[in-house]
Write a protein that binds this ligand. Structure first.
Ligand SMILES: Cc1cc2nc3c(=O)[nH]c(=O)nc-3n(C[C@H](O)[C@H](O)[C@H](O)COP(=O)(O)OP(=O)(O)OC[C@H]3O[C@@H](n4cnc5c(N)ncnc54)[C@H](O)[C@@H]3O)c2cc1C
Ligand code: SF4
Length: 528
């Protein structure tokens, strides 16, 4: 008999949420996490430590397509990338689940429709305490329940921006936020509405991340075990190749073997592909579950742009990530293809700009960095990048990840920036300054900014062109699942985490159905 009913590898948005979903079932669940608990320390909220010294970024080295090494923006800790995320918790649009024609080609349909995911989006919004306002964003998909919490209010400069955008004919909306903020009862609010949220860990555990809201509550159940500092290296199968039998891990330098009836991989899109590729064996010579040769392919991470505009008036906003604009999501003016989403990022400060050459050379001769920061209004633009089989994760001989990526769909990305630029004069900004931000995007080495990575093990109905079936089970391995953002067949243009969380709940329901009877059948064994 296996040691566990379910082994989940990786404790982020996908893995952490799944474990939370399964915890109350009584199943014996093991959660393996390569990182440790993220330390709670003053540096959590220090810009230099977080943005300049990369204190919470993994020490991994990956290689780009030309073999150049880089440090990827991935985070190995309980809760995974959600510990650092901006907690903008968007649903994909209903249309994103169908086929969408873009400037550079087709964004493929998903094997399930939005309606099938909808109840899980609602549950994920409840679990992750999303604050928002329905009915403001004309592109938002239908929802079976209101947001569980009211929208986070705009501070005056952002309210002014919202009013100016509305006057310009757009439909700005309150962005969906996962922060545990009780604005009507601040003495009891866990969130203090601080300036160091997006990209920072939350020192007071008030961000709706997978550690705080999924893993910790799951561990209250005796049947859930978390083992940290344990990197899974390989999955072994039986001789038929149909069943994973052993999970081989490095636990603080020593090899340890775990067994589970069901094994769920949730290491993040690049690392999940890495694990499957590293698990090649006689029956799976190209990598586990990779008869289709799709594992690692179709890597996507959004055509993202972080830009800074200079407000004519000072911008004293503390928590800036409260506004979004989706008017260009499906088309642009005189352009019949999708452009993408515009939202705010966390308010920048002078400390973050250190080492950012474009800012220093373009602005610093006339202004101090402190002055720039005082007037900065910070935007994040996302355009969909399309799945391309040649954009892929492979394993080098030395076991390191190689990430080949050629950008696509650049024209709509440029047009989205152009639309924002053309709005500057009407929104109280200096018209000629829309400065790219390096620290957010790591865009001195573009592939390093892999915060929104997705798509390396896409789900689908055809085993020849997908890795997973519609339940996120590997077509070729009966007890193997993948529940992180790897399963995305396309990425849309909104942030990915809520979709990973909702999908983990969906797969969780499937697993409860699948394993429930098996467990009941096993029970007499215990009694005897
Ligand atoms: C700075 C930043 C800001 C972001 N902001 C937003 C936002 O505002 N909204 C949004 O929707 N998304 C945002 N994202 C993206 C979001 O965090 C990810 O989409 C989401 O966390 C992905 O979930 P996942 O389960 O695929 O991977 P992760 O959450 O990264 O979890 C993967 C886990 O697997 C572990 N792991 C990896 N390999 C192994 C192994 N071999 N053995 C054991 N454990 C392993 C890792 O340590 C990690 O804990 C942001 C990301 C970053 C970095
Ligand atoms: S704004 Fe709230 S959730 Fe975000 S880091 Fe500050 S206290 Fe934490």
């Amino acid at each position: 008999m296996s040691d566990y009913d379910v082994i989940v590898i990786g404790s982020g948005a996908g893995g952490g949420t799944l474990v939370h979903q399964l915890a109350a079932s009584g199943l014996r669940i093991l959660l393996l996490e390569r990182g440790d608990w993220l330390p709670r320390e003053p540096q959590n909220w220090q810009s230099r430590a977080v943005f300049v010294d990369n204190r919470y970024v993994s020490q991994d080295t990956w290689f780009d397509g030309s073999g150049k090494p880089f440090q990827p923006q991935v985070h190995y800790c309980v809760g995974g990338s959600t510990k650092l995320y901006g907690a903008a918790l968007y649903r994909l649009r209903a249309e994103d689940f169908g086929e969408l024609r873009h400037h550079d080609g087709l964004s493929p349909a998903w094997p399930i429709a939005y309606d099938e995911m909808e109840p899980y989006y609602t549950r994920a919004e409840q679990l992750y305490q999303v604050h928002g306002a329905r009915g403001e964003d004309p592109t938002e998909p239908h929802a079976s329940a209101p947001y569980p919490f009211p929208a986070v209010s705009h501070e005056p400069r952002i309210q002014q921006l919202s009013d100016d955008l509305a006057a310009a004919g757009l439909n700005p909306f309150h962005a969906p936020c996962g922060v545990m903020l009780a604005e009507q009862d601040m003495p009891h609010s866990r969130c203090i509405r601080c300036p160091t949220c997006d990209g920072f860990p939350c020192l007071v555990h008030a961000k709706a991340d997978a550690e705080v809201l999924a893993v910790r509550p799951a561990l209250a159940h005796d049947n859930v075990t978390l083992v940290t500092r344990t990197e899974v290296l390989r999955l072994d199968t039986d001789t038929s190749g149909r069943t994973v039998t052993r999970v081989i891990a490095d636990r603080d330098g020593a090899v340890e073997v775990f067994t589970g009836d069901v094994v769920v991989v949730a290491c993040g899109a690049a690392n999940s592909a890495k694990l499957l590729l590293a698990s090649a064996n006689d029956k799976h010579p190209g990598g586990l579950a990779n008869g289709s040769d799709q594992v690692g392919r179709n890597y996507m991470f959004h055509n993202s742009q972080a830009v800074l505009a200079l407000s004519r008036e000072p911008n004293p906003t503390v928590f800036q990530k409260t506004l979004g604009v989706n008017d260009f999501y499906f088309r642009g003016p005189e352009f019949d293809f999708p452009l993408g989403n515009i939202q705010m990022v966390g308010k920048s400060d002078a400390e973050m700009y250190r080492g950012e050459k474009p800012l220093q050379t373009r602005l610093a001769p006339e202004r101090t960095l402190e002055e720039v920061a005082r007037h900065a209004v910070d935007f994040w633009l996302s355009t969909e990048d399309l799945p391309d089989p040649e954009n892929r994760v492979t394993l080098r001989r030395d076991g390191h990840v190689q990430l080949r990526y050629e950008p696509n769909n650049q024209e709509p990305k440029q047009r989205l920036l152009h639309e924002l630029r053309s709005l500057l004069g009407r929104t109280g900004m200096h018209q000629h300054h829309l400065i790219p931000r390096h620290a957010y995007l790591k865009n001195d080495i573009p592939v390093a900014g892999c915060a929104h990575q997705a798509g390396t093990c896409r789900f689908g109905t055809d085993p020849a062109s997908s890795v997973l079936d519609r339940d996120c089970r590997a077509h070729e391995v009966d007890n193997l699942y993948v529940v992180d953002t790897s399963f995305f067949p396309s990425i849309g243009a909104v942030n990915p985490a809520l979709t990973a969380m909702a999908n983990a709940l969906r797969v969780g329901d499937h697993l409860l159905e699948r394993i429930g009877p098996a467990r009941t059948a096993r029970e007499p064994e215990h009694v005897a």
